[in-house]
Design a protein around this ligand. Structure first.
Ligand code: ADP
Ligand code: MG
Length: 248
């Protein structure tokens, strides 16, 4: 199973200790292409830490993270981004003083050299892509609007769009609908179902109604370990899950 090539992401025995405390403890996680996986679990379960390790922000103390059969453990964060992994943090981090268009434009991967960076000017291809992404994230009519003027939900969408500009094969989102209205949540569910085609997505989420709408499979984390994994229905009816999480 471990070297199976059909998995886009294969996490094995992943562990991290902070001063002797194991925040993530022997985690195994396999993600297929086109899969939308949701990770749930109580606060402090280690959910964010798992994403931190996959994107290279936190260095594991043990285990392996294979992405398209390449080992990510030990790689620098920017190398992991370039390999095709995009990560969105809990709070939106867009450029408030740039327009939607400009936010998407600066997110286009410009290649490696400083010269490439300086010489960069949005070519028709890039402009095309900006328009496509803007339409995908419901901001087609907002291209000239400054980031600061967007609603909280629109900022979240813009940040997803900024990641899409890099065409990641694995997209990781930490609580993407926090602070969104019910209508925005519904739109976001549609957006995520659309953009998981051709890539894989990992989402951390607490809103179970939302989770049930998007998840292919749900992984329940508790005390750094997997408590349960399966379809939403299986997980919802799991007595252990009800006891530590859903019962509250
Ligand atoms: P979740 O996202 O599931 O709420 P986290 O992954 O943020 O949980 O945190 C898991 C545990 O690890 C928590 O007890 C948290 O305090 C601890 N933790 C996370 N990051 C660090 C760190 N950099 N240093 C020390 N402890 C940390
Ligand atoms: Mg968290």
């Amino acid at each position: 199973m471990s070297s199976n090539t059909e998995f886009l992401l294969g996490v094995e025995d992943l562990t991290v200790s902070f001063d002797g405390f194991k925040a993530v403890d022997g985690l195994n996680l396999y993600l297929e292409k086109d899969e939308l996986r949701v990770i749930i679990g109580p606060n402090g379960a280690g959910k964010t830490t798992v994403l931190d390790m996959i994107c290279g922000k936190t260095r594991p103390t043990g285990g392996s993270i294979k992405f398209r059969n390449r080992e990510l453990v030990g790689m620098a964060e920017h190398t992991i981004v370039r390999a095709g992994v995009g990560r969105k943090f809990q709070t939106p981090s867009i450029y408030e003083n740039l327009t939607v268009f400009e936010n998407l434009e600066v997110s286009f991967p410009k290649g490696r050299s400083v010269l490439g960076c300086l010489a960069f000017k949005a070519t028709p291809d890039v402009v095309d892509r900006i328009h496509k992404v803007a339409e995908e994230i419901f901001l087609k009519e907002f291209l000239d609007v400054e980031g600061a003027l967007l609603s909280h939900g629109q900022k979240q969408w813009l940040e997803i769009g900024m990641l899409l500009m890099q065409e990641p094969e694995l997209l990781m989102l930490d609580e993407p609908v926090a602070g969104m209205s019910p209508v925005e949540r519904e739109q976001t569910a549609d957006l995520l179902k659309r953009i998981c085609k051709g890539r894989s997505i990992i989402i951390i989420e607490h809103d179970m109604e939302f989770v049930s709408r998007i998840a292919h499979k749900v992984t329940v984390l508790h005390l750094g370990k997997i408590l349960a994994e399966g379809t939403m229905l299986e997980v919802q009816n799991n007595p252990k899950v009800i006891e530590v999480y859903l019962g509250h």
